[in-house]
Write a protein that binds this ligand. Sequence first.
Ligand SMILES: Nc1ncnc2c1ncn2[C@@H]1O[C@H](COP(=O)(O)OP(=O)(O)O)[C@@H](O)[C@H]1O
Ligand SMILES: [Mg+2]
Length: 290
Amino acid sequence: MSDAAKTALLSVADLGVRFDGERSVNALNGVSFELAQGEVLGLLGESGSGKSVTLRALLRLHDPRRTTQTGRISVEGADVMALEGRALERYRGGVASMIFQEPGLAFDPVYTIGAQIAETVRAHEPGDARAARARALEMLDLVQIPQARRRYDAYPFEMSGGMRQRAMIALALACKPRLLLADEPTSQLDRESAAAVIGLIQAANRDSGITALVVTHDPAVGAAFGRTVTIRDGRVGAEGRAGEEFVVVGRDGTVQLPPDTLDVLPPRSLARAVRTAHGVELRPVSPEQE
Ligand SMILES: Nc1ncnc2c1ncn2[C@@H]1O[C@H](COP(=O)(O)OP(=O)(O)O)[C@@H](O)[C@H]1O
Ligand SMILES: [Mg+2]
């Protein structure tokens, strides 16, 4: 791999998120990690460990009136913490975009799927309504929605969960972002749809070189991607796929990556993803083995 390909696309340093309220909650305390350009990383963690808070922080989605966010986030060298106004809007969806856990929530129920994808395209790119429609159709095709033309005019409730999740991936990829954040993208899906979604993320990485951070609580899903790190609140532990890589999580939730884990492993085939999604065993690695 060339040196350019190893440049960090995403760099997170000492990221902290505190929710201020009657009782303030320190959800993240100094999380640090990097993603190389073109890398797919699985972020594993139990429920409540801070996975969604991390992803939302990366898109600056936390309400600043109720949240204190500290640390540094850099995407393609840009200081994400400093983005404001139009620059922040351009960043969201244009540079980094998110696939949410519940596809039903990502779409507005009163507009068609196609119209919502086209609207996103128009918000980010020059071009008229026709060009936006063409791009939306192209994206629905890309995520292998059968009869994309007909589905363009479907409302979210007219689609199955698996189809909606594909449509959300189409929405997330529509403006050709360089960083894809996926929050438990398979947890609401049956096995077959889950495997398809994993395959689509892998294909976007392979074909467009997109960098992706895929959050999951399911080690088998994490194992479908090249490298996984674990986020775990309040416990020192390390886990990884059988000797390939591991991460030490501090008592304060800090994620520390050994520097040599930034090498991208070969992309896995969908067939392998399906296999691993059915019963991979994770061997815990104790910190002493580092
Ligand atoms: N808006 C919020 N206000 C207060 N606490 C929150 C908020 N969002 C998340 N939390 C807390 O932060 C912690 C991490 O949550 P989250 O990132 O959603 O976990 P998960 O790893 O399951 O995605 C949890 O303890 C959760 O209760
Ligand atoms: Mg979550």
